[in-house]
Every structure is written in structure tokens, then in C-alpha cells.
Ligand binder design. Structure first.
Ligand SMILES: O=C(O)[C@H](O)COP(=O)(O)O
Length: 314
């Protein structure tokens, strides 16, 4: 009976129903115990991981029977895809299954950061009335959303932003100018060069994987070209954005707000965390934009189905 090792959290109904008939080891703590994970992987026909398990090096070497990797998400930067390809190990991302969660995170963050009024709880509860200070909040309607990368998550984000009255532009060098994705049913999404998108967006949201080409893409120079008071949202991958440059731009008032869900090092440690101390209008979240109760069910179901189908086909 093929053995499946699951090293991070997954919807348990998807395991029961989608992986019935397989020998499943489900231990979400394995990701934090490399020796136990390598030992478990030695017998594994399939591995199912989220983004913390590093499927490379020692782990891949110990997994001599491995036939496939199920990825409970879309980013593949924690998997040595080349090494898997060379060994004939199939890799299955859960493409599309968490699009809505990320899109809602981005639009929610944009509304919250443009308005700037939701951080007054402590003051109001204490009897203060900071109404004048908060009277310059901005509407999302009429603003320009710039999407860096225009894949399926960005398209769901564009649909929601357009429904709220935003105009939408995107930069995606991999998408041909005549691709129908530029003309969705809710109105056009304008293809822009990256520099133009950065310079003209009221809300700039990142939707690219972390690659050699995207690392450091939104650095201090790019941030300095953004519109005064613009909002930056990164729910893609840490490393695409220079975190210290974001913090400096928030403190100087050049940026009007930022939401960062992903970081170069997760969790933030020591110096990296202190960079953000005292930044106004900043939302930091623990790589959760794509993870909701609903998306966990979808992502787990899709992944279980891909892995089960592959193992049964052998
Ligand atoms: O790549 C993704 O889809 C996100 O990082 C979320 O994935 P995860 O929850 O599986 O890490």
C-alpha cells in the first residue's frame, strides 16, 4: 500500500475521504523535526507539504521511493522543482484553490489602509475622539489598482477591485497583449510596463513568485517612484520587496500604508522585526492571506485528489 507523509496542517476530512486506501502518516509537527521528517520520508511514496517544509537537499535525498509531492498552496519556492524533475518526481501545486482568499485579503487591506480609521479602537475606548485626525481617510472607489503579475490570484483581485469602482492595470511580461485575460467581463485591465505601473498606482499589489528575476523587484528605488501616499500590499513572497525600504517609506510618509503577509525570513527574527517598530498604517500578518477555513478545504481536497490519482496511475 503506497505511503503518504503529510508534514504540515491539512483538512482532516480531505485526508479521510481523498486518501482512503493509502497508508497515511499525518503529523503537522514533522515540519519542525527535520530528523523525524527525513526518517518518515525514507518510506514515502508521496509527500504533502505547505510552504514551510523544504523539499530539497537532505530531505529529497532520504526520500528514495518518492513519486510525487503535493503542495497545499501555489508557491513552489520551498521545493527543488529541478531536482524533482530530474528524478521523475511529480509536483502538484493546488493552483486556483486559494485565489479567493488572497484576493479578499488584498481588497480588504486596501480598503482598511486607504481609510486609515480602523486603528482608533484603543483611543476611542479610552474616551478620546480623534475625528479630525482621521477625517482624511480615502475611498477605494476611483483609485487605480496596480497588479504586479496577472495570474489567477491577481485576476480574482481585479474582479473585486473593479466591483468597488477601482480602475485596474497590471504588469505581466508572460501574458501576450492579445490574451483574453486583459479583457475580462467586468471591464479592461490595462497592460503596463512595470515602471509605469509603479508610478501610477494608488494601490500596488504583488502577485509574482519569488525567482531570481523578482527578488528585490520592489526595492528602495521602486518605492521612491510610487505616488505619494500610495499603498503597497505584498501577499506574494517575501524577498520580492525590500522590507527596510518599506519601513523607511512609511516612516517618512512617502508611502501611505502597507500590508505585508510574507517576509524574507518567516517568522521575523530580531533585527528584521525591529525594522517595523513605529511604522504608521502598517498591517503585518503571518503568511495567512491564502489560508482560510474555506481555502483549506479546497486546497486540501485538490491536493489529496492529485496525489491519489498519481499514485493510482503507477
Ligand atoms: O503558496 C501559497 O499558496 C501560499 O503560500 C499559501 O500556501 P500554504 O498555506 O500551503 O503555505
Amino acid at each position: 500500500m503506497p505511503r503518504i507523509v503529510i508534514s504540515e496542517f491539512m483538512d482532516e476530512a480531505a485526508i479521510r475521504e481523498g486518501l482512503a486506501g493509502f497508508d497515511v502518516l499525518y503529523d503537522p509537527k514533522l515540519v519542525d523535526d527535520p530528523a523525524a521528517l527525513e526518517a518518515a520520508a525514507a518510506d514515502a511514496d508521496a509527500l504533502i507539504v505547505r510552504n514551510r517544509t523544504q523539499v530539497r537537499g537532505a530531505l529529497l535525498n532520504s526520500a528514495t521511493k518518492l513519486k510525487c509531492v503535493g503542495r497545499l498552496g501555489v508557491g513552489l519556492d520551498n521545493i527543488d522543482v529541478e531536482a524533482c524533475r530530474a528524478r521523475g518526481i511529480a509536483v502538484f501545486p493546488a493552483t486556483g484553490a486559494n485565489d479567493v482568499s488572497v484576493a479578499e485579503y488584498v481588497v480588504g487591506a486596501a480598503i482598511l489602509l486607504l481609510r486609515g480609521a480602523y486603528a482608533s479602537t484603543a483611543e476611542v475606548a479610552a474616551g478620546a475622539w480623534p475625528r479630525n485626525a482621521l477625517s482624511n481617510g480615502r475611498e477605494i472607489s476611483g483609485k487605480r489598482l496596480g497588479l504586479v503579475g496577472y495570474g489567477s490570484i491577481a485576476r480574482e483581485t481585479a474582479r473585486r477591485a473593479a466591483a468597488l469602482g477601482m480602475s485596474v492595470a497590471a504588469h505581466d511580461p508572460y501574458l501576450k497583449p492579445d490574451d483574453p485575460a486583459w479583457r475580462p467581463d467586468f471591464g479592461p485591465v490595462e497592460p503596463f510596463a512595470l515602471d509605469d505601473l509603479v508610478a501610477t498606482s494608488d494601490v500596488l499589489s504583488l502577485h509574482v513568485p519569488l525567482t531570481d528575476g523578482t527578488r528585490g523587484m520592489i526595492d528602495a528605488a521602486a518605492i521612491s517612484r510610487m505616488k505619494p501616499g500610495a499603498i503597497l500590499i505584498n501577499a506574494a513572497r517575501g524577498g520580492v520587496v525590500d522590507e527596510a525600504a518599506v519601513a523607511a517609506a512609511l516612516k517618512s510618509g512617502a508611502l501611505g500604508g502597507a500590508a505585508l503577509d510574507v517576509f524574507d525570513t518567516e517568522p521575523l527574527k530580531g533585527g528584521a522585526a525591529s525594522v517595523f517598530a513605529g511604522c504608521p498604517n502598517l498591517v503585518l500578518t503571518p503568511h495567512i492571506a491564502g489560508v482560510t477555513a474555506e481555502s483549506n478545504v479546497r486546497v486540501s481536497g485538490v491536493t489529496a485528489a492529485s496525489v491519489a490519482k498519481h499514485l493510482r496511475s503507477l
